[in-house]
Design a protein. Structure first.
Length: 79
């Protein structure tokens, strides 16, 4: 999946200082009342894999083990 610009976007998160451009790019976001929203575009291959695997998408968040931020991954526009 590739982060993509979207209607309602009002910011861009930069990469962490300890990462290169090849490792991490900017993330288009919309700042909302309780957090941020980003939009992701599937490649044709990824779309096919989702269909083959029963529509499942996995979210991996690289965070400390004792921290569990609330997240939501959806196909519906949040605004």
């Amino acid at each position: 999946m590739t982060p993509t610009e979207f209607e309602g976007q009002n910011g861009l998160l930069g990469k962490p200082a300890n990462m290169t451009d090849a490792e991490c790019g900017g993330l288009p976001i919309a700042r909302v009342e309780n957090g941020i929203v980003s939009c992701w575009q599937l490649s044709d291959e990824e779309f096919q894999q989702i269909c083959i695997n029963g529509g499942k998408i996995y979210l991996t968040a690289f965070i400390p083990v004792d921290c569990h931020p609330p997240v939501n991954l959806s196909v519906h526009k949040p605004f």
